[in-house]
Design a protein around this ligand. Structure first.
Ligand code: MG
Length: 159
């Protein structure tokens, strides 16, 4: 049985925070604000996985009111999500991600991000595709006030 899932996330860019995307520290003058490490890319992937498996969303599993998730490493949360979906008998066929960022240029980090995600998810990196786009300077992303990410995954139920 095939199951598709989508995930979206947005976070605000602020001074004094590190910019972490797919577990990679990206060199930039601002970082994303949030309760955890605010890894918007990884959050969108987790929501897509949970959605496909019918397991709700990350707010349900890792509430931002819970102090144990303060400054949490989202790559560790992603590993937990992958354990949950495998417990339900699912395997990951592929993941396609689009990150929305006016700045910074993410191309130099693309391969490392894909490798990081593949490692955390326990799949080969050819099952992950990461894309980036600007919003042509439109809206809050165009004004460099925040970043967004969209992910879609396909799961196969093995048992
Ligand atoms: Mg988030």
């Amino acid at each position: 049985m095939l199951r598709v899932g989508q995930g979206f996330d947005f976070h605000k860019l602020v001074s004094g925070r590190r910019l972490i995307l797919a577990g990679v520290h990206v060199s930039y003058e601002k970082g994303l604000d949030g309760h955890s490490d605010a890894d918007v890319l990884t959050h969108s992937v987790m929501d897509a996985l949970l959605g496909a498996a019918g397991l709700g969303d990350i707010g349900l599993h890792f509430p931002d009111t819970d102090q144990q998730f303060k400054d949490a490493d989202s790559m560790e949360l992603l590993k937990k999500v992958c354990r949950l979906i495998r417990e339900k008998g699912f395997e990951i066929e592929n993941v396609d991600i689009t990150i929305f960022a006016q700045e910074p240029k993410l191309h130099p980090y693309r391969k490392t991000m894909e490798d990081n995600l593949a490692h955390a998810m326990g799949i080969s990196n050819d099952r992950i595709n990461l894309k980036a786009t600007t919003t042509e300077k439109l809206g809050f992303i165009g004004r460099r006030e925040g970043l967004g990410s969209s992910a879609i995954v396909l799961l196969i139920q093995k048992h």
